[in-house]
Write a protein that binds this ligand. Structure first.
Ligand code: ZN
Length: 334
């Protein structure tokens, strides 16, 4: 049993309270490897932003949960080395699907876990979430739950269609489950193809897809029912066209990739939404950097040559999200 406190990590409690009160959102970035972690920590340290490092089921399968945990421990020391004396870094399990998995993460030093019972019947979702909360809270680990179903595919989480969270259920759910934050469904979606072309309109000038707007009415209804309660948005990549264009230019093929417009995420950040999950955008920046470098330099074979470019693209992306979209820069307590 290792406490996250020994690793220099923090849970989400204070961080979310400040974010809700201050009208900004904490970035939750997924990571699977060293370059992503370096980029996230560099961006957060340079902008003095709190940050949530997320580990998904796919990441655990790819990179091993234990190794990722040690990388996160290193992240705290690395942030300090970069001149950020008191970094606020959360190590979070993304989409935990069983009590046992959440328990194993709590036991190995995660400071926050998500238990995703959103595909279960309502009462079973409450019961499972409550069980995780009771265990995690003994160690001061915070718990995110989910109510409502997001469409799209992210690692091994997928659903055909979305079901918006029902505002009338949120009070009962949060009270009885005891969760610390709640992921809701208001039209965001996992992956880089968030909407089918037939769900979108086309910009007459550029011919690009324009996605349907988020259901802000549902969000505001939920805020009214649970004033000040931390709300989480999953599937909130914006799929920047510049990276899709680079990927397509250098041998890729991603027609009709579409995300959530950043103006809408900026607006959501100012509400009770205090955590915004971004994964696909980092994958796009990474892939754009690798494809471009290898296409321009067919002789390269050292992974550091293209890894460096990919990492720089990700640093730019993360900083942009922190400063221009979520507004979490310069929000460290000390
Ligand atoms: Zn998610």
């Amino acid at each position: 049993m290792v406490s996250f406190k020994e690793l220099g990590l923090v849970n989400t409690r204070e961080m979310f309270k400040k974010a809700v009160d201050g009208g900004y959102a904490i970035p939750a970035f997924n990571f699977n490897n060293l370059e992503q972690l370096q980029a996230i920590v560099t961006a957060a340290a340079e902008t003095k932003s709190p940050v949530i490092l997320q580990v998904s089921k796919g990441a655990r399968n790819y990179a091993n949960q234990t190794l990722l945990r040690y990388l996160a421990e290193g992240a705290v020391a690395y942030a300090k080395e970069l001149g950020c004396e008191y970094p606020e870094i959360v190590l979070h399990l993304d989409h935990g699907d069983t009590f046992e998995l959440c328990k194993s993460c709590v036991d190995m030093g995660f400071s926050s876990v998500m238990i995703d019972g959103s595909s279960l019947p309502y009462e079973e979702n409450i019961a499972l979430t409550k069980k995780v909360v009771e265990y995690a809270h003994q160690y001061d680990v915070t718990v995110e739950a989910e109510l409502g179903v997001l469409a799209g595919v992210e690692d091994e989480v997928s659903a055909e269609e979305s079901h918006y969270t029902k505002p009338e259920e949120v009070i009962d759910f949060s009270k009885r489950s005891g969760c610390d934050s709640l992921a809701i469904s208001i039209g965001t979606s996992h992956g880089a193809y968030k909407f089918k072309p037939e769900q979108c309109t086309r910009d007459p000038k550029t011919g690009k897809l324009v996605p349907p707007p988020l259901a802000f009415d549902v969000l505001h209804e939920i805020e009214k029912k649970l004033p000040g309660f931390p709300i989480v948005l999953h599937g909130s990549s914006s799929v920047p066209q510049e990276y899709v264009d680079l990927i397509d230019k250098y041998g890729g093929n991603m027609p009709n990739a579409v995300g959530i417009p950043e103006e809408q995420l900026r607006e959501a950040s100012k509400s009770a939404v205090c955590k915004i999950n971004i994964d696909s955008d980092s994958r796009l920046a990474y892939t754009a950097g690798v494809r471009e470098t290898l296409a321009l330099h067919p002789d390269y074979f050292d992974p550091r040559q293209y890894g460096k470019v990919a990492r720089n693209y990700m640093i730019d992306l993360y900083k942009h999200k922190i400063v221009d979209v979520l507004g979490s820069d310069n929000k460290l307590a000390k």
